[in-house]
Design a protein around this ligand. Structure first.
Ligand code: NAD
Ligand code: 89V
Length: 344
């Protein structure tokens, strides 16, 4: 019998990856699923052999019988569902973006803490194999102390065919994709204190911004640039690769196309490929993201078993989400925004 029984809410586009990830973990069984769309409920229920199916999350929680819930719905429902989990004292994972506003996100952290349940945000990009490899180089000291960095995601990929809701929101690339890049910047360079941002909308068919350039001051003294674009047509489409550049006081690191990592220091120059594995259920070009789903889910189970806070806990992710808010504020005002004000 599985040691951890889970339930999943939201059986849409991305949840299928999460269901695959859970199936691969020997300790875990998803015993109940929920979606208000009966067609999605049937597709995912049949594909993964889940008998208990619900149109209402309230009913699913009332019936109970699971140790954690994985919330894979879009952002509008996150607060209500996390608060529901808190009322039932069920540990919860919530997909990014955390919430519609920072005030909602803070309320969700407060609800989870008051209920004494762990809350993890499914912020999976820092779990990508190439990003973990970059972090390992930093930790090894090979390039010394970093003083400058860049986290860059520039693409012309049609994300709207798989996720049509992305074309409709007033906010787009920072909230949906930049949030991952900002979290990677925190993961590599530490928490940020100030944000300066500029945004553009190039694609006239969408409502939100599809280009953003952000300048961050980090607590330890690193200056970083986080730039994201879905309006960039390159000879070779890199979706969904994140490129990283870091300058340290001993050397440099560059993570580029096709997961090529170059590390240069007085000890020499090394070049390697830090590509993700192609899991049996994964498909290119999504396999990098798909593998990171499996890795963050394993992390959740390890931390749940150990009774320890996950790395991307709700409290931790407030700092990533605050960067999103800060970027929109900065772009709107044309000013630098201090994170202290937002997180107070
Ligand atoms: P989707 O619209 O395809 O799926 C969402 C599903 O949730 C739908 O089937 C909908 O009917 C259901 N739903 C919504 N509210 C509900 C409620 N209150 N109760 C029951 N069911 C409800 O969306 P998606 O593309 O799968 O995205 C879901 C989330 O995953 C979003 O927050 C998105 O940002 C995130 N996402 C994350 C990654 C990543 O790499 N971490 C990648 C893609 C999407
Ligand atoms: O990760 C995400 O939320 C996705 C994608 C990578 C396509 O932007 O929406």
């Amino acid at each position: 019998m599985a040691r951890f029984k889970g339930a999943l809410i939201g059986c849409g586009f991305f949840a299928v990856n999460q269901m695959h990830g859970w199936r691969d973990l020997a300790d875990v069984e998803i015993v109940a699923i929920c979606d208000r769309d009966p067609e999605r409920l049937k597709i995912v229920g049949d594909q993964f052999g889940v008998a208990r199916r619900y149109a209402s999350a309230d009913e699913m929680f009332s019936d109970g019988g699971f140790d954690f819930v994985d919330i894979a719905t879009t952002v509008g429902s996150h607060r209500a569902l996390v608060e529901l989990a808190a009322r039932h004292k069920v540990p919860a994972i919530c997909q990014k973006p955390f919430a519609p506003t920072l005030a909602d996100a803070k309320a969700m952290v407060a609800a989870a803490e008051a209920a004494g349940i762990p809350l993890m945000i499914h912020e999976n990009f820092r779990w990508q194999t190439p990003i973990l490899a970059v972090r390992q180089v930093l930790d090894s000291g090979a390039i010394g102390a970093p003083f400058w960095g860049r986290v860059s995601f520039r693409s012309g990929f049609d994300v709207f065919s798989g996720q049509p809701y992305l074309a409709k929101g007033k906010r787009f690339i920072i909230e949906d994709l930049g949030i991952h890049s900002l979290d990677i910047a925190r993961f590599l360079f530490g928490d940020a204190t100030r944000m300066t941002a500029r945004t553009r909308r190039i694609n006239p068919a969408i409502a939100g911004e599809d280009v953003a350039t952000m300048l961050l001051d980090h607590e330890g003294g690193v200056t970083s640039i986080v730039d994201v674009s879905y309006a960039t047509r390159l000879p070779e489409e890199p979706f969904p690769e994140t490129f990283v550049e870091i300058d340290g006081d001993r050397g440099t690191l560059r993570l580029g196309k096709d997961y090529r990592l170059t590390v240069h220091s007085p000890d020499g120059t090394t070049q390697s490929t830090v590509a993700p594995s192609l899991l049996p259920w994964a498909s290119r070009p999504w396999h990098n993201i798909q593998e990171s789903v499996a890795l963050i889910q394993r992390h959740w189970i390890e931390r749940l078993a150990a009774g320890r806070e996950p790395d991307t806990s709700g409290r931790d992710n407030l700092k990533t989400f605050a960067l999103v808010e800060a970027a929109y504020l900065s772009a709107e005002r044309g000013e630098t925004v201090s994170l202290g004000e937002l997180l107070a």
